[in-house]
Design a protein around this ligand. Structure first.
Ligand code: BGC
Length: 378
């Protein structure tokens, strides 16, 4: 059965649409969100499901701008960091990739160098000696084509971007599609797909910063985290994996049972010091299985819970160690440990580690991947 989905424009919030909103019918609303430097219009899309959960996404960077979900008393709050203007995202001091789609290669590539089919590629570096999140002009800064759609699952927004052969030094024309769908049970699905016309490497993710107490409302140090991971990939001083895959057992990286994020963050541990907190890739157990919880965050304060499901082999757990209050977004200044990221992805620097799962994509193949962020209360 197809759900009725009302597609609205801000200029035409009709009476029928308004009553649809109050009747709890899923809707998609589109409103202007500024202009790119070359004059192209940017939009903000609001997806609402029948129970009232609301997700705002802009086609600038394919960015999740806000996610409003209820707490245990049915009070709604925005649980991701973001800005209410395009200028917030484009300001030079915003180097945090809040909510953005990340590519062509999420996380780091050591010294901006990798080999593919015997050829050495040098790509621009933007993080000390390394390339981070696709380089200087990653997918987070691109304007994506957008299409709203009614699906049996709920309102959805399909974003498409063509990354041309040679963009940021990567080979191949890469066609990337990311579909966001808000389902009836407060799950936000991210379905990624990509094809190329030359061998290339690819690592796509979304960089949302979650604070289940509400954006700008304290730290995530008291959140309980469960990570379905027996191993992680330790890093060097520039946050590049050493290539080892180590057990989390007996270390502050053991989140196999729900544990307070902050309870061990200041321990005298070399990896925590190198990361300035948690900034590490966890190797997920039962890789590829979308039916088991990969990560779970519980906020005792509000009762809000986030479950993350993914078919990707890893998740980067990052405790926003580089936020320092100098950037102000929705909810106030964004401070140290003011949010956490669970970036589902392949391992960092995979092109330089043959023992890691491959991130190569070849002509004729289609890359597919799904991550679900599901919100509940407990
Ligand atoms: C990285 C961090 C980085 C952050 C923002 C995360 O994915 O692991 O080291 O600071 O993104 O760029």
């Amino acid at each position: 059965m197809k759900l009725p989905v009302f597609v609205l424009t801000s200029a035409a919030l009709t009476l029928a649409a308004l009553s649809a909103l109050s009747a709890g019918i899923p809707t998609i609303q589109k409103q202007p969100f500024g202009k790119m430097p070359d004059g192209r219009e940017v939009f903000l899309y609001t997806l609402t499901n029948a129970s009232g959960m609301e997700v705002k996404i802009t086609n600038y960077g394919g960015t999740i701008e806000s996610i409003k979900v209820p707490d245990r008393d049915k009070n709604y709050a925005d649980v991701v960091l973001g800005f209410d203007t395009l200028e917030g995202y484009t300001q030079p001091k915003n180097t945090s990739y809040f909510g953005a789609l990340i590519g062509r290669y999420g996380n780091r590539i050591a010294k901006g160098t990798f080999q593919l089919d015997g050829k050495v590629y040098h790509i621009p570096t933007n993080d000390g000696p390394n390339t981070l999140h696709g380089g200087i002009h990653g997918f987070n800064s691109k304007l994506w084509d957008a299409k709203t759609m009614e699906t049996p699952e709920g309102p959805s927004l399909t974003l498409h971007y063509l990354s041309k052969d040679g963009e940021e030094g990567f080979p191949g024309n890469l066609n990337v599609t990311v579909r966001y769908t808000l389902d009836k049970k407060n799950g936000l699905h991210l379905d990624y797909s990509a094809t190329t016309d030359k061998d290339t490497v690819l690592n796509l993710t979304n960089h949302s910063y979650f604070n289940l107490s509400g954006a700008g409302n304290g730290t995530i140090l008291k959140d309980l985290l469960t990570l379905n991971a027996d191993n992680f990939t330790p890093v060097d001083s520039t946050l590049i994996p050493t290539g080892k895959v180590e057990s989390v057992g007996g270390t502050p990286f053991d989140f196999r049972h729900a544990t307070e994020v902050g309870s061990r963050i200041n321990e005298n541990n070399e990896q925590l010091k190198l990361g300035h907190g948690y900034d590490h890739n966890f190797v997920l157990n039962r890789k590829g299985d979308l039916t088991v919880v990969a990560a779970k965050v519980e906020d005792p304060n509000s009762g809000r819970v986030l479950e993350v499901y993914t078919d990707q082999p890893g998740v980067q757990f990052y405790t926003s160690n580089f936020l320092d209050g100098s950037v102000t977004g929705i909810g106030g200044p964004y401070n140290l440990h003011g949010a956490l990221c669970l970036e589902t992805q392949h391992y960092p620097d995979s092109p330089n580690h043959p023992n890691f799962p491959s991130t190569e994509l070849r002509p004729g193949e289609t890359f597919h991947s799904t991550t679900i962020f599901r919100f509940k209360t407990e």
